[in-house]
Design a protein around this ligand. Structure first.
Ligand SMILES: Cc1cc2nc3c(=O)[nH]c(=O)nc-3n(C[C@H](O)[C@H](O)[C@H](O)COP(=O)(O)OP(=O)(O)OC[C@H]3O[C@@H](n4cnc5c(N)ncnc54)[C@H](O)[C@@H]3O)c2cc1C
Length: 565
């Protein structure tokens, strides 16, 4: 675990490095040339230079042993600089994950030690032309090579697709089918029979090298089988999903904020109809404020999940999925709105928001698509709904109501309405067997993500008010602003559960005409509608905070608001 001071120093050196070596003009030029700045990636991985990867490597293997919380903040910072370069560094981390979590002690010492001491680059080779979201469709094989009755090695055959660092890595972790099932192997660049294709011509993250791999009778010694036991590959991959998805969530968050942090200052200078855009409610309340609230809801979930992983609560796959889903969807929407916020300039290559929008698009695809996240979230919470006979979200709502009693300003009452409504939608879906429709199952995943995020954001706003928030947590907003953001998001979540929940249940024939009024009442529709009161005033206040115009609200302590993190 890093001290706050060490972490802040690392974040600062990253920012300083980016300012010097990767200014906007350079990033735009590299993007236009479709070029991966390998020298920069190597410099950032070099333990004698920036040594970013040291944060990922446990202390016992020569790294700094950063916590999940530390790694989230570093990932957010890297994404604010460039998502392509961030992806390249992340690929080494992802590539070494099967080793960190599944390898023998000897293998860990060797490979993690080399990452820490030599800054070698890894790539993570899971995806194949016919196996993407469903890795069960894996076709690459690893056949045993047996001598004197003993397995001495493996011959790997197959192909991999869209592998980050595919053309530049020193080592690759490759998922292949052994006779006992999928297993990870470490393969060196340059091994006979191992080749990579030319870099893909991509929509975004053009500074990241992505390439297909071909493996033709690639021989590796038996000690390259990660963990030394065949058939553990999918398990080893799943063991880290909570953790790795929190990182991609941080990518969405960093990229989304990076776009908004360009739109916000732009709007203070751009005069239209006699005044700056930043003073026009129709502009700020559509393009800026809602995106800020959604990004901060994502952040709250990332921070809460990172803390729980660090506290040893396990892999938290579902929570990682919610964090990724909310933050990457919010990052995409924020970047898109930032193009709109810059008007014609936003649509040109010269202004970074256009590049950020293309870059951030990948975050809802890699490391599990948004639809796979919806499915993961929904399936897991559906089990909880069944196990508790429909009480899971009612119980959570009651806890959030108790929070409201202690902190009436953080939007917990409205988050509770969202949770109660969700419980009712799920119960109706159970009674009418609606989850046999995959569409309903996945839409429930979205509603769950929104309702849980609202509750989490309210809880964090309360912690902030009590001064008990993690000392490393992002402190861009003070307690009053955080509470206001939480109230806005809670209203959105409650409306979403009510409207989309109704759409799903009625649309799939889950209620008859006669039953509808009772269902609407159970959903708490009128309370949810009434909870929208005060929305505009709250949006006004967040806009004032973002533009540094906030006045002290009576009876509320307003500490200094940092405009730029
Ligand atoms: C730039 C880039 C970098 C990448 N880096 C790596 C890397 O380093 N290592 C690696 O192993 N992979 C990498 N990938 C691959 C990435 O993880 C996959 O693209 C992703 O998992 C989706 O798989 P797919 O592309 O085969 O899409 P598919 O799985 O075919 O999905 C296509 C669409 O169908 C939806 N879908 C899929 N299954 C279902 C279902 N059951 N129900 C409903 N909808 C469904 C998806 O959500 C998606 O919208 C990278 C991809 C890109 C583009």
């Amino acid at each position: 675990m890093l001290t706050k001071k060490t972490l802040q120093l690392s974040l600062k050196s990253l920012r300083d490095f980016a300012k010097k070596r990767l200014p906007d003009e350079e990033l735009i030029a590299l993007d236009q040339r479709d070029e991966c700045p390998l020298e920069i990636v190597r410099y950032m991985s070099n333990p004698d230079k920036l040594g970013i990867q040291l944060l990922f490597v446990p202390e016992e293997y020569g790294g700094l042993g950063g916590s999940t919380f530390d790694v989230y903040l570093i990932c957010e910072q890297m994404a604010r600089i460039d998502l392509g370069v961030a992806t390249s560094l992340f690929a080494t981390f992802l590539g070494s994950d099967p080793i960190t979590f599944g390898a023998t002690a000897e293998q860990k010492k060797k490979w993690l030690g080399r990452i820490a001491e030599e800054g070698v680059l890894f790539a993570y080779g899971a995806t194949e032309p016919e196996a993407g979201s469903d890795l069960g469709g894996l076709k690459t094989t690893a056949d045993r090579v047996i001598e004197n009755g003993k397995i001495v090695g493996y011959k790997i055959n197959g192909s991999k697709q869209w592998i980050s660092n595919g053309g530049i890595a020193d080592h690759y972790t490759i998922l292949a089918n052994t006779p006992a099932g999928p297993s990870w192997f470490v393969v060196d660049a340059g091994t006979k029979g191992f080749a990579h294709d030319k870099p893909e011509d991509k929509h975004g993250i053009r500074l990241s090298n992505t390439a297909a791999l071909a493996l033709n009778d690639v021989y590796v010694d038996a000690d390259r089988l990660v963990g030394g036991i065949e058939g553990q590959g999918l398990l080893q991959a799943q063991m880290v999903f909570g953790y790795t998805r929190v990182m991609v969530a941080a990518f969405g968050l960093g990229a989304g904020w990076s776009a908004l942090d360009r739109a916000i200052p732009y709007s203070t200078k751009r005069i239209q109809a006699g005044s700056p855009l930043s003073e026009k409610q129709g502009y700020t309340h559509k393009l800026i404020v809602p995106n800020v609230c959604r990004l901060e809801a994502g952040r709250a979930f990332i921070e809460a999940t990172a803390e729980r992983i660090d506290a040893g609560e396990g892999n938290l796959q579902t929570e990682g999925a919610i964090a990724k889903y909310m933050s990457t969807e919010a990052g995409n929407a924020a970047a898109d709105a930032s193009i709109q916020a810059l008007g014609g300039y936003g649509y040109t290559h010269e202004y970074m928001v256009e590049k950020i929008k293309r870059d951030v698009r990948i975050t809802t695809i890699y490391e599990g698509t948004s639809e796979i996240m919806e499915m993961t979230i929904s399936r897991d919470r559906w089990q909880l709904h069944l196990k508790t006979r429909g009480q899971h979200y009612h119980e959570l709502a009651r806890k959030v109501e108790a929070l409201h009693a202690a902190h009436p300003n953080v939007g917990a009452d409205v988050a509770a309405l969202a949770l109660h409504g969700l419980a009712e939608v799920m119960e109706k879906a159970r009674a009418a067997r609606l989850t046999r429709h995959q569409h309903i199952l996945l839409r429930l995943g979205e509603l769950i993500a929104y309702a849980e995020s609202a509750a989490t954001l309210a809880r964090r706003a309360a912690l902030k008010a009590e001064g008990r928030i993690n000392e490393k947590a992002n402190d861009r907003f003070d307690a009053t602003a955080q509470a206001t953001i939480s109230r806005i998001f809670a209203r959105e979540a409650a409306m979403k559960v009510a409207q989309d929940g109704l759409k799903c249940v009625v649309g799939a024939g889950g209620v008859s005409d006669a039953e509808l009024p009772a269902f609407e009442a159970a959903l708490g529709l009128s309370a949810i509608h009434r909870s929208q009161a005060g929305l505009l005033a709250d949006m006004d206040y967040v806009a004032e905070v973002l533009y540094g115009r906030a006045q002290k609200r009576p009876a509320e302590q307003l500490t200094e608001v940092a405009l730029h993190s």
